[in-house]
Ligand binder design. Structure first.
Ligand SMILES: [Zn+2]
Length: 92
């Protein structure tokens, strides 16, 4: 299963790796994206530093997984396929 970073579209084989990438990069665009999903990037970082386990990674990984649907919906290719299927020519 390929998971893309919703910000820079780099790919990994698990959402946890993408979460690690987002934390590790930590530049303005990645921070802004995390904040735009309704969670505080800084809070997650603090929680990761002070808490035990992977809780922050898991939270971020879940957000990244949900964002994958938005990424594929934006692809123009999917729209074109639907248009072709609905056209009278394709039905013949
Ligand atoms: Zn990225």
């Amino acid at each position: 299963m390929v998971i893309k970073c919703p910000v820079c579209l780099k790919q990994w084989d698990s959402s946890l790796k993408v979460a690690r990438h987002v934390f590790g990069t930590g530049d303005k665009v990645h921070k802004t994206w995390v904040n735009s999903r309704g969670v505080s990037f800084t809070d997650l970082l603090i929680r990761q530093a002070t808490g035990s386990g992977n809780q922050s990674f898991l939270i971020l990984a879940e957000i990244i997984e949900k964002a994958q649907a938005d990424l594929s919906e934006d692809q123009p290719d999917a729209c074109q396929k639907t248009d072709m299927r609905d056209s009278p020519r394709a039905a013949r």
